[in-house]
Design a protein around this ligand. Structure first.
Ligand code: BGC
Length: 828
């Protein structure tokens, strides 16, 4: 068989093409900037933007997180954004075209908020299920990650908005993320960790990448000349901007030489004045500064922020309905991993006993920089209440894993009063909940960082339950807490042992007082926070929270209530979840067990009702020790703002659960072949080489709970034929059930005799297709050249491995339906 020549970035362009005109405008603008202005541009202006330069028609370029929505420059709930499902859910759709529509919606959101560049997608890999940002990455498989990432980037850029594919490279865990040295062999880097970046650069030509906090093989990524200049730009032809992860740029000369264009957030970075001075001192080449500015101006030109240049997109795609798309992705991402005795869909006229705290207070997204604020969230309780007939649904909390205080929300009406050192009110901020997070210039009207001396969160609280309510603080510095006219705490919170500078602000809340309150009786509350230099965050910002937790109920009593309701219903639905303190940016998980008494709840409910359906509301794998005791299990990930509606559609059968596992789901942490995330002496050694995810499970011979690619629908499929010619596999399938459905046809490649230290098999292609009952579809999958290659460390080059390969058309990794063989000749 022969392969087509791989296209590299930087394709030739016609003399008068828009790209050429743009390049000329960029050169002309660059020529008009002196050294100091160039250096200032590369340092950034504030938390999210670059300085505008009116003299050359450059508007301030604005960036924003990413990846499930566009937060904008304000980190608060009063600037809402559409919240799509977590990246794990999007990847579970196995549908790059759907990812492209998600990208288009996000570009639309970005334009609405004046954002030019989205800080996404995250294409690091699920190396260990303990990774704190697992929910924010797509998969354990580099190919699936590259395909979904390509769709996403194409979609965002279709809308004329830039992306920064992140975090380049190997930011696969959070422990000591600012300093950890990830030691990875060249082969594993190429075949696994770099592979999604390479595919996206090749297929989507992204306008940006973000370099990671961590080191790779002794060099920090913002200074990694080899991986950035030689591999990313040199070999792959990347012509976009390289922006540092926030506060990752540490050395002026190192970053310039390492190909870093932008040091963010500004303005006090290793670029700016320090960069101009380094050029003048002869430490840094002026041409390197010019090259970085050229990249930034090209980005500005592409997104339409450089007046003299034609933007990359002049005609926007048709507008999308964000709420409808959020629901569609949630449905397509739901993975039905178990469905005994066809427990799902629910019987048409049955009753449902719903339990689990997350059924009422839904956890729709993961924590950290991925956080956005949707203006409306549909919980499972809301979704089911709307879908089922009156009287068919009951709800009991059953178990509440949220045993930590969280930003005061339900029942609170709060605002923030800002005062200067004399106590004069400078301004007031609206506060949809108890979290104050004013970053950079995002301060209430009339307030400046220079004058601001204290912030007081004040308002009222009307409890929904009678009992002891806990109140507390999150953040550093002095606090005075008052509830119902009584000062219940006055003291100072100092920095702990956190190694992550953000952890103290986003990390564990501290309980300060418990106050007995009566349901429905409103009380006044206040949290005064005098500001002090000593406790200031590492950038201009005010970050602290007023936190609360309702009365803690006896766990046995809660379970007993849910069991009683479950016994009386036709079906019991239990929603189990992780919490913000389990899955978030900034730290890794310590175990995979569900927090609190949720396992006990599931077991007790399952014992009372054989039709128990468990919905897992977690961004990444959790242990499910009861999995053989329940009738059905649906993995909902963090399902985004429409999660409850999507869940009701799938439970009722109005829609089919479309997802397939993008990552292997283990039985227990102890059996996971690669799980270590804690560095030793500063280094995390990726000793497993290329064997992560299913490649590692295959090698270890152990069986997971659910294999990569697994997922059930509501219809059945026959795989009728598989034909392999050249680099193309043709698969014909028929929907043999009695309703329309969707199937993800997966094509795996297994070398029959391996002498090259390769995994037993790998995903080489897939397609997601629909068919009516009785309908047949033919899928054509092109087998990529890389699937037959390995990285030869001696030659520093890809090499094709000739021999016999088995091509498997499969419903899942562990469910091969058809096989064929393929001979690959030695290219020499
Ligand atoms: C995260 C990035 C994010 C940036 C800006 C960093 O801490 O690692 O993913 O884009 O902050 O919020």
């Amino acid at each position: 068989m022969a392969f087509p020549v791989l296209r590299r970035g930087g394709t030739a362009v016609a003399e008068n093409s828009a790209e050429n005109v743009r390049e000329r405008a960029v050169e002309a603008a660059l020529a008009r900037l002196d050294l100091d202005t160039r250096a200032r541009l590369l340092a950034g202006r504030d938390m999210w933007s670059l300085p505008g330069l009116p003299a050359i028609g450059l508007r301030p370029l604005v960036m924003s997180d990413g990846p499930i929505g566009v937060r904008g420059v304000r980190w608060t709930a009063d600037d809402p954004s559409v919240a799509l499902p977590s990246p794990t859910a999007l990847a579970a759709s196995w549908d790059p075209a759907l990812a492209r529509r998600a990208g288009r919606l996000l570009a639309q959101e970005a334009r609405r908020k004046g954002v030019h560049v989205l800080l996404a997608p995250t294409v690091n890999l699920h190396r260990s299920p303990l990774g704190g940002r697992h929910f924010e990455a797509y998969s354990e498989d580099p190919f699936l990650t590259g395909e979904i990432g390509t769709g996403y980037v194409l979609g965002v850029q279709d809308g004329g908005v830039g992306t920064t594919v992140k975090h380049f490279v190997a930011n696969d865990a959070e422990t000591d993320r600012f300093t950890v040295d990830n030691r990875i062999t060249p082969r594993a880097l190429r075949e696994v960790y770099l592979a999604p970046f390479e595919a996206i650069v090749e297929n989507a030509r992204p306008w940006g990448v973000m370099t990671a906090y961590n080191q790779v093989n002794g060099v920090t990524m913002t200074e990694h000349r080899h991986l950035v200049n030689e591999v990313l730009r040199g070999e792959w032809g990347f012509d976009g901007v390289n922006v540092s992860d926030w506060m990752a740029a540490r050395s002026t000369r190192g970053c310039v030489e390492g190909g870093l264009d932008l040091a963010m957030p500004g303005p006090h970075t290793v670029y700016g004045e320090a960069l101009a001075a380094a050029v003048r001192a002869g430490e840094v080449e002026e041409s390197a500064v010019a090259a970085a500015v050229r990249n930034v101006l090209r980005l500005a030109a592409r997104v339409g922020a450089l007046e003299s240049a034609p933007p990359a997109v002049t005609e926007l795609p048709a507008p999308l309905d964000g709420v409808a798309l959020a629901r569609e992705i949630a449905v397509r991402g739901l993975v039905l991993v178990r469905n005994e005795k066809e427990a799902l869909p629910l019987a048409a006229h049955g009753t449902v006993a719903l339990s689990g705290a997350a059924a009422r207070d839904a956890r729709v997204l993961g924590g950290g920089s991925a956080q956005v604020f949707p203006d409306c969230v549909v919980s499972p309780l809301d979704g089911l209440a709307a879908a089922l007939p009156e009287g068919a649904l009951t709800f009991a909390v059953g178990a509440d894993p949220g045993d930590e205080l969280a930003a005061a929300g339900q029942g609170f009406t709060l605002r923030a009063i800002c005062r200067d050192a004399d106590g004069t009110v400078l301004g007031e901020g609206t506060l949809p909940n108890g979290q104050v997070q004013w970053i950079g210039d995002d301060l209430p009207v009339g307030v400046t960082h220079e004058e601001l001396a204290s912030v007081e969160v004040v308002g009222t609280f009307t409890p929904r339950e009678t009992g002891e309510h806990a109140f507390g603080t999150r953040g550093l510095g002095a606090f005075v807490l008052t509830v119902a006219g009584r000062t219940v705490f006055e003291g100072v919170q100092a920095m702990g042992t956190e190694s992550d500078p953000f952890e103290a602000y986003f990390g564990a809340p501290v309980e300060r007082a418990a106050v007995g309150l009566v349901a429905g009786e409103t009380v006044e509350v206040s949290l005064l926070h005098p500001l002090d230099e000593e406790f200031a965050p590492p950038l201009p910002a005010v970050m602290f929270s007023f936190v609360h937790l309702g009365p803690r109920r006896d766990p046995c009593e809660l379970i007993a209530e849910a069991v009683e309701a479950a016994r009386a219903a036709d079906t019991a639905v239990v929603v189990v979840a992780t919490t913000e303190r389990v899955e978030s940016e900034g730290f890794d998980r310590e175990h995979l067990a569900l927090p609190g008494h949720q396992d006990d709840l599931v077991r007790a409910v399952a014992a009372a009702n054989p039709n128990t359906v468990v919905v897992v509301n977690a961004g990444s794998p959790v242990e499910m020790p009861w999995r053989e005791e329940v009738a059905a299990i649906l993995l909902a990930w963090f399902p985004g703002q429409e999660g409850g509606t999507a869940l009701a559609e799938v439970l009722s059968g109005a829609a089919e659960p479309g997802g397939r596992l993008p990552t292997t789901w283990p039985v227990a942490l102890a059996g996971v072949p690669v799980s270590e995330v804690i560095p030793s002496e500063g280094a995390l050694r990726y000793t497993e080489g290329v064997f992560i995810g299913y490649r590692a499970w295959d090698r270890s011979g152990a069986a997971p709970a659910y294999a990569f690619g697994h997922g059930l629908g509501y219809t059945t499929w026959s795989y009728d034929s598989l034909e392999v010619t050249g680099d193309t596999a043709r698969v014909r399938i028929t929907n043999t059930g009695d309703r329309a459905g969707r199937e993800v046809v997966q094509v795996y490649l297994a070398p029959l005799y391996d002498t090259a230290g390769r995994p037993a098999r790998r995903l080489a292609g897939f397609a997601s297709v629909e068919a009516e009952a009785g309908g047949s579809v033919e899928i054509v999958v092109r087998l990529p050249r890389r699937a037959f290659e390995v990285w030869d460390e001696e030659r520093s080059a890809w090499t094709t491995i000739p021999g016999t390969y088995e091509v498997r058309a499969a419903h899942a990794l562990d469910d091969t339906r058809l096989t064929a063989t393929l001979e690959v000749r030695d290219p020499a």
